[in-house]
Design a protein. Structure first.
Length: 106
């Protein structure tokens, strides 16, 4: 049998979270932008400010004054997600809303 190396890992295992992510934060209330995908609730994270802004405009209520983009490390995002009340149980990289990268934290 001829051995071959697959060019990409199977089942998306080649996808990693960036070291820095963008989250949506509302300092007046201490809330963060979250998202639900397939019954899983998670902290919404993005690899670029443009992706975060697009999500804020399309998925969140546009009348939220004081919403800011916050650049955090992946570990900081994990801690934010852990501190959120149930049902938030994950960090989600939402650059592609149809195929998010999900990292469970609790």
């Amino acid at each position: 049998m001829d051995e071959k190396t697959l060019p990409r890992a199977i089942l998306g295992l080649d996808r990693d979270f960036p070291e820095q992510v963008i989250v949506l934060h509302h300092p007046p209330t201490g809330r963060y932008g979250c998202y639900r995908f397939g019954g899983v609730h998670g902290l919404a994270c993005f690899s670029t400010p443009n992706a975060a802004l697009q999500f804020a405009l399309e998925a969140l209520e546009p009348s939220v004054p004081g919403l800011v983009l916050q650049s955090v490390t992946f570990d900081e995002a994990r801690e934010v997600a852990k501190s959120r009340p149930y049902p938030v149980v994950a960090v989600m990289l939402l650059d592609d809303l149809d195929d998010p990268l999900i990292h469970y934290v609790k």
